[in-house]
Design a protein around this ligand. Structure first.
Ligand SMILES: Nc1nc2c(ncn2[C@@H]2O[C@H](COP(=O)(O)OP(=O)(O)OP(=O)(O)O)[C@@H](O)[C@H]2O)c(=O)[nH]1
Length: 573
């Protein structure tokens, strides 16, 4: 994986981690904001709903209280079997009927259990006495329960099987002069219409319900959940608010909020709130206590409807676009300022490693990498100089070694290897040009004796002298070498028979005269051969050696060529 891919991968991962952290913080923060917002919305909603509910009920409750306080009704309740008082009371009831919103009323007397009722259609004109309440009849249990509890005011949602209606009943106790309970009066509002007006409001995402002091559901858009005749049901059989929540924790939370509000003494306007799940959707539940009627109002705000996730899409879009632009800018910046120069530097390093010092100009951004590139260029230049210098020295040493490898250290003439190369080149030239060349094979006479008599060092000196005299006797372009021991070989090119003889004699004679002049007489025997094109080295050397042998055999200090008989020094000198 390239450096570029790794850096971009790392940066993307870092941005994603940072984004995740931002997202989580955003979630935590937004949850907090939504909770605060929801709490305020819940408070407003609760006040609004309470106001609407109380507005609808207050007038009715007030009228019901007036009715309960009516002296006509109280007098009658004290003597319920007095027909005159009953007539006056019914007239009084009818006048209240005209004022009640639902144009209906009920009056129930404790003493004889008589129950009076008339409705909006004046259906029971003249027969307002409907029936006698029976303490044993479960349908009438509400009356006796409320009397037992002695609560002056009570709201009750109850179907009246006798009358065939389901109503929200406002029940107010009628008390005598000594505070004794005489009966109960009130009115009922048709539940469906009331639910429609107060509870089933058309606000998307907002659900309102009312529960009584014990948490039993009283007003809710789904009638199946309403705890009808709640007053007479024993604990545990009531439809309480926790039924709306699947999660036991949510159930506890909501019941806990009711308890908390109860404990705070029904403080006006206080709203508790908490997140709950209803039908698999997250809701914020706001709860308030309505002391005027002794109920709680619960408002459920569906957060997905009120604050749909789609609200966040533009935010996510902006985030992704920012991420993309950031990556793009980072990519451009890092490519120009870091990766491009680093890759160029890497290429230059490879080039130098392969021995190529001619670098293209390296990009040099104004940073550490730019400075590194400059240092690398300087280093390469100095490396180039020292390499060239070193190469020069190596070449010179190689040439010297080459020379030394072909030089006889004693006489400074070419050695056997040099002679081999000279022969190979000359044979090739002869073959190519069709011109032969001459070869002289020289051997010092009785050199063993010289060595033996005068010592090895003197022998060496004589070898050097002979080499010197040999060189002096040759043409500048002739090549001489020491074959080994006291033997020397000369290549004469160009050469013919005359030249071969002439130079051969000149060498031999020069050695003789010079050594004599030095007072240390030395002679040499010479074998000569005129090599022809096409002859091999072996054949050439064999011929020259044979001629030298004949010169030795013939008495030494003479030249013998391969194509003629021996000549002695006197005849040719
Ligand atoms: N001083 C000295 N002697 C050498 C060197 N190389 C070989 N020799 C001696 O040279 C002598 C050569 O002897 P030969 O060529 O065989 O015999 P010669 O005595 O020269 O007799 P002819 O060649 O028959 O005249 C030997 O004794 C070698 O030991 C050297 O580098 N220095």
């Amino acid at each position: 994986m390239s450096l570029k891919t790794r850096i971009l991968g790392l940066v993307s991962a870092l941005i994603l981690v940072a984004s995740l952290a931002t997202w989580l913080s955003y979630r935590a923060l937004s949850e907090d904001i939504i909770e605060r917002w929801g709490q305020q919305v819940a408070e407003i909603q609760v006040r609004y709903d309470s106001a609407r509910l109380l507005q609808s009920l207050e007038r009715e409750i007030g009228l019901a209280r007036q009715m309960a306080d009516s002296s006509t009704l109280i007098q009658w309740a004290l003597s319920p079997n007095d027909p005159a008082l009953e007539d006056a009371a019914i007239r009084q009831m009818e006048s209240f009927r005209a004022n009640f919103r639902d144009n209906s009323y009920f009056v129930a007397l404790l003493e004889n259990g008589h129950y009076y009722f008339n409705n909006t259609d004046n259906e029971f004109a003249g027969k307002q006495f409907r029936y006698v309440l029976d303490p044993q009849d479960p349908d009438d249990a509400w009356f006796y329960q409320l009397i037992d509890e002695g609560r002056d005011f009570h709201l009750n949602v109850n179907p009246d099987t006798e009358l065939g209606v389901t109503k929200l009943w406002i029940d107010v106790l009628m008390r005598g002069p000594d505070g004794e309970i005489l009966g109960m009066v009130g009115t009922g509002m048709e539940l469906d219409r009331f639910l429609q007006d107060i509870v089933d409001i058309n606000q998307d995402g907002i659900t309102t319900l009312f529960v009584d002091y014990n948490g039993a559901i009283q007003l809710y858009r789904d009638r199946n959940y309403i705890d009808f005749a709640s007053i007479i049901k024993p604990e545990g059989q009531k439809n309480t608010v926790d039924l709306l929540f699947d999660n036991p924790d949510d159930q506890k939370k909501v019941l806990g909020m009711l308890q908390m509000l109860k404990n705070s003494g029904g403080e006006e306007g206080k709203v508790a709130s908490s997140f709950v799940t209803v039908d698999g959707r997250k809701h914020l539940a706001g709860v308030a206590y309505l002391p005027a009627i002794g109920w709680f109002e619960i408002t459920l705000l569906d957060l997905q409807t009120l604050l749909p996730v789609s609200y966040l899409w533009p935010l996510v879009g902006v985030f992704l676009a920012t991420l993309l632009i950031t990556l793009l800018l980072f990519h451009l910046l890092i490519s120009r300022r870091v990766l491009g120069p680093v890759m160029a530097l890497e290429g230059a390093v490879k080039q130098v490693r392969e021995g190529n010092f001619r670098l293209p100009p390296l990009p040099k951004p104004d940073n550490e990498i730019g400075r590194l590139s400059s240092h690398f260029e300087e280093m390469t230049a100095s490396l180039k100089d020292s390499t060239e210098d070193l190469q020069g020295q190596v070449d010179e040493r190689t040439r010297e070694l080459h020379r030394l490898a072909r030089r006889d250290p004693l006489t400074e003439l070419g050695n056997r290897r040099a002679l081999d190369e000279l022969f190979a080149a000359e044979i090739e030239r002869a073959n190519r040009e069709g011109n032969g060349f001459g070869v002289l094979w020289l051997d010092i006479d009785h050199f063993k004796t010289i060595n033996d008599q005068q010592g090895h060092q003197s022998g060496d000196a004589i070898l050097c002298d002979v080499a010197h005299w040999l060189r002096a006797s040759l043409r500048p372009y002739d090549q001489a070498g020491r074959w080994g021991g006291d033997e020397f070989v000369v290549i004469l090119s160009p050469c013919d028979s005359h030249t071969l003889n002439h130079i051969g004699q000149r060498v031999r004679s020069h050695v003789e005269t010079q050594s004599n002049a030095m007072g240390m007489p030395v002679t040499i025997s010479v074998g000569g051969h005129l090599a022809k094109p096409g002859e091999t080295l072996d054949e050439i050397l064999k011929q020259a050696d044979k001629a030298l042998y004949r010169a030795k055999q013939s008495g030494r200090n003479r030249l013998v060529t391969s194509d003629q008989d021996e000549r002695d020094t006197e005849t040719t000198a």
